[in-house]
Design a protein around this ligand. Structure first.
Ligand code: GDP
Ligand code: ZN
Length: 439
């Protein structure tokens, strides 16, 4: 087994460069470079480091962690050097010159931890999520995924209990008081929980990629003004000439810890002879397909049949999970709005030329974002949960205890995959290739 090393602290120059070493050579490396025999485990110590010609590399802090109680399960060492490119380069060269020591590949430390039984696959994926997290919500979701394994273990235990009940029914038939319907009730409960976990996962995935919020509506209804208020600065051109925003304008904001791409689209007019404007409208319509939230902005000057037509288009083009919010803008004018049939659609009024006038809109967007990305304590891979859910659904339809058992057993296999290492190397390659060097 080779010993691996990597610069784990990120881009140089920085205050400190942290090198992490893992493998059987960890202690010998520490001794050789420091020219010191004795290293007390887990004690951070000051030391000078020397190359093979006894020339100084750097002054550093270093620490030795003997396996197996380490992140990777192997002997490890860490070096805290001055964070310059020249120092890091020199140190890396010295390490590479030692036999059986080489630079780590992406995610190789974590991969060793996984292979040494230090981490479940849920934890590996959660760690990956944590490293990539950019917002508070993403950070919490990452810990939810790291904890997800414990939830899977509980689900597994419950399914095993149901199986043992069913085995009694199979073995003793009508002589026992147990009924198939009892088992079905238990399965239904687990199924409900699995379905909640699937929704949580989908929400976390949405949060990870960021939400698309699209401002849509006729020219001059106030879309650009709303975008400016939400973004707190002048990103869009606001003008009194209808049709100023010819193409889409995008800005990224955070709502309740979720990154949201806010798109101001060209105004929608039912009839236009302007080629550029027509193209703008087509692009705006395309935006609807990928939107998570569509803010349809209307104002007192909007015509009611235009509003009805646009709303029809929106419903046709949007994806089934996305939310539509009708924003009745220019509320300060205190003029009547066109009739809108808005059953099942959220409505909020706004006054986009003042910051306070958008407060209700901010709150409503916040609650829609929360619905799309619900807070969750546990995250488990939805693909496996779905497979399990399918099996359990089949098992519910069975009138025969033995066949019911077969489906539950298959469902259990998928849950087991969430808790232990029955993952192929190619799947692992896929996961770890996404990791940073030094993790
Ligand atoms: P867009 O074409 O939909 O992007 O509309 P704009 O944001 O460019 O706004 C068009 C005009 O309406 C501008 O003169 C804005 O100042 C004005 N406007 C926007 N929102 C409001 C509002 O809530 N109240 C009032 N009185 N005027 C507004
Ligand atoms: Zn505009």
């Amino acid at each position: 087994m080779s010993t691996i090393f990597a610069l784990s602290s990120g881009t140089l120059p920085s205050a400190i460069a942290v090198f992490r070493v893992s493998g059987p050579q960890s202690l010998p490396i520490l001794r050789q470079l420091s020219r010191r025999k004795v290293w007390t485990p887990k004690m951070m110590e000051f030391t000078k480091l020397y190359d093979s010609q006894r020339r100084i590399i750097d002054e550093s802090m270093a620490v030795y962690f003997p396996g197996p109680k380490t992140f990777t399960g192997e002997d490890t060492a860490e070096f805290f050097l001055h964070g310059s490119q020249a120092v890091a380069q020199k140190f890396a060269t010295c390490l590479s010159e030692i036999e059986n020591v080489r630079e780590a590949k992406r995610g190789e430390f974590t991969r060793r931890a996984f292979h040494n039984g230090k981490m479940s696959i849920s934890e590996v994926r959660g760690l990956d999520r944590l490293i990539r997290s950019r917002t508070e919500k993403e950070r919490r979701a990452a810990f939810g995924q790291m904890r997800g394994g414990t939830r899977a273990v509980e689900l597994r235990k419950k399914l095993v209990e149901i199986l043992s009940k069913l085995f009694v029914i199979i073995d003793f038939g009508e002589h026992v008081a147990l009924e198939l319907s009892d088992a079905q009730k238990d399965v239904a409960e687990i199924l409900a929980e699995i379905n909640r976990l699937i929704l949580a996962w989908e929400g976390a995935e949405r949060a990870q990629r960021g939400l698309e919020i699209v401002l849509y509506g006729r020219p001059n209804s106030g879309k650009s003004s709303i975008l400016n208020q939400l973004a707190h600065d002048d990103v869009a051109i606001v003008s009194e000439i209808p049709g100023t925003t010819r193409d889409s304008l995008v800005t990224t904001i955070q709502i309740n810890g979720i990154r949201c791409r806010l798109t101001d689209t060209a105004g929608i007019r039912p009839h236009t002879n302007d080629v550029i404007e027509a193209e703008g409208i087509r692009r705006a319509q395309r935006r609807l397909e990928s939107a998570d939230v569509i803010c349809f902005v209307v104002d007192p000057e909007s015509r009611s049949d235009d509003v009805a037509n646009i709303l029809e288009d929106v419903k046709k083009l949007k994806n089934p999970e996305s939310k539509v919010l009708i924003v009745k803008n220019k509320a300060d004018l205190k003029l009547p709005y066109p009739e809108v049939s808005s059953s099942g659609i959220h409505v909020v009024s706004s006054h986009a030329t003042s910051s306070e006038g958008c407060q209700k809109l901010r709150e409503t967007l916040g609650s829609l974002v929360d619905q799309l990305c619900p807070e969750t304590n546990f995250l488990l891979d939805a693909e496996l949960l779905r497979k399990c859910s399918d099996e359990l659904t089949c098992s519910m339809l069975c009138q025969d205890a033995a066949i019911m058992c077969q489906h539950i057993e298959k469902g259990l296999e998928h849950i087991a995959e969430l808790t232990q290492g029955t993952v192929t190397e190619s799947v692992l390659d896929g996961i770890f290739s996404q990791f940073c060097i030094g993790k």
